[in-house]
Unconditional design. Sequence first.
Length: 624
Amino acid sequence: MRYPIIYALVLSCLFSINVRGEDLKSRIEKVPNIHPRLFFSSGDEVQLKQRINSDPLLRKAFTHVTTIADGIQEVKQVERKMTGKRLLHISRMCLKRMMYLGLAYRLTGDKSYAIRAQEEMLAAARFTDWNPSHFLDVAEMTMALAVGYDWMYKELDPEARRIIKEAIIEKGLRTSLKEGWWVSAENNWNQVCHGGLTVGALAILEDDPELAEQIIERALKNLPKAMAEYAPDGAYPEGPGYWGYGTTYNVIMISALESVFGTDFGLSTSKGFMECSDYYLHATGPTGFFFNYSDCPARGGVSPAMYWFAATRKKPSLLWRERQELQGFLSKTHSARDDSNTTFPFLILWAGELDNIPMPKTTHWKGEGKTPVALHRSGWETSEEIFLGVKAGSPGANHGQMDIGCFVLDAQGIRWALDLGLQSYHSLESKGVDLWNMRQDSQRWDVFRLNNFSHNTLVVDGQKQRVAGFAPIVAFSDQAPMPYTIVDLGSVYEGQLAAAKRGVGLHSNCFVVVQDEIETLDRKTSIRWGMVTRATVKIETERQALLQQNGQQCVLRVLSPEDAKLELFETAKPPNDYDHLNKGTRMIGFKVEIAPSTKVDLVVQLCPGDAESNPFPAIELAAW
């Protein structure tokens, strides 16, 4: 009886796909032949202007848009200049210009913005191609011209309109029909490529409905493969930095579909997707720094996608950190000449009421999935709160690093325990580093910032973590007096240790405990415990050090083993000529020699500021 059931399931899946295809085709046929239609119609402009005028912060955000749009009119048009194998910075520059010029034109009616946008689009349309060998470049350029074409359609000269439309179709959409690994990928390439191409297809819907249907149908079929990565709780496997990239394009695609068809075809119901905004909220410490594990920068800036989530979920507390980030962003001077903040204008489209944002209620958060992560904090009120994050998972995850078990610590407005973060890809690729080979023997793992020698975790006998390993979170608590997380590191140190678990806890007395329970194999084993910091370090005794930074202090105390001797390890000058220098950093830690087949605890207490300095009593992780 198994086979009839399987056959029925297959038929059911095929039927659901076909129904969606028929639904898509009928919806395409019903779309009015009018522009603009992407993201917001001309009928929405009055209401948007009213919202901007009634909200001082939103009004200031729109002033930023018009200021940059004015500056764009003074710079040269984009040129096809590659950086290594990428044209991506040019695609992003063009996208930024279309977004800023387009929104400025839509809400002021000043035709000079549309005239300048036309010049920009024609310049990009005349490129020989948009670099399909690195398809992100094509996707972002397609979206750039699609937004400009749709938003400023009425002001474009007929011949310019034709050239731009043909470029979207030929250099963007039809080029994608050759396909590639990104079509069904499980990472941000899927989201960005399908998102950008879908916006392009929606812009030229009436001119080539069959091609548009093909592009959109393919996206609806394949995007769920990347969205499945958010399950079950919303933790993004590639870290908060790539969350900003992949998720923003995911939201852009959903918003574009809804604006044209009135539906997102069920995409937003994907398990964990809406909850990923909780992940992003919690992944930023009170210092404003990410828990920047994997290939992630230290800071992320303003996130327009969070405004969409806050509005869609009717959960304004998601913007608790975003409002502060926006205020800081708008207090600075910005350039019209770069490729940063490309999607900022979406913030204005998606923002609701920005006054009286309520404080989040949850202070401890855990996400499972491909890259489990746990985040603890003492509160949300000020930048002085304590923040503790720990990462589990596998080095072999997309954009992964050998940072399993790594932790970061914020307190007193300072990041005491830090992750060095990513190194720019071009700096490594230009030196011939085989950066995207994830095998255990890959040159990727010789890069200092990518291996465990540079992370706040363990190094066993000078060896690297195991790429094939996976460390799960095996215990998590948000209960006083010490919310905690425990990670089983065993498979990441397979062949190096018989067993390894790491617990991190944030005690209500405002100190942090990092406890490793280790069991060695049948040989003598050397273990290095380390923590990277920018603080100056004074080793006061063999097992206690004073960290000082910006007039504040943090005491680091080794509670176990008794024979540990604190020392400083080099991080500022890594071993390879292609490694970035990490000026102003150092690693405080210790090495211990452990006898064969022995169980030992490594227990470190971190006491920032006026935290209780009494030693934490030794308790087995099982009793936490």
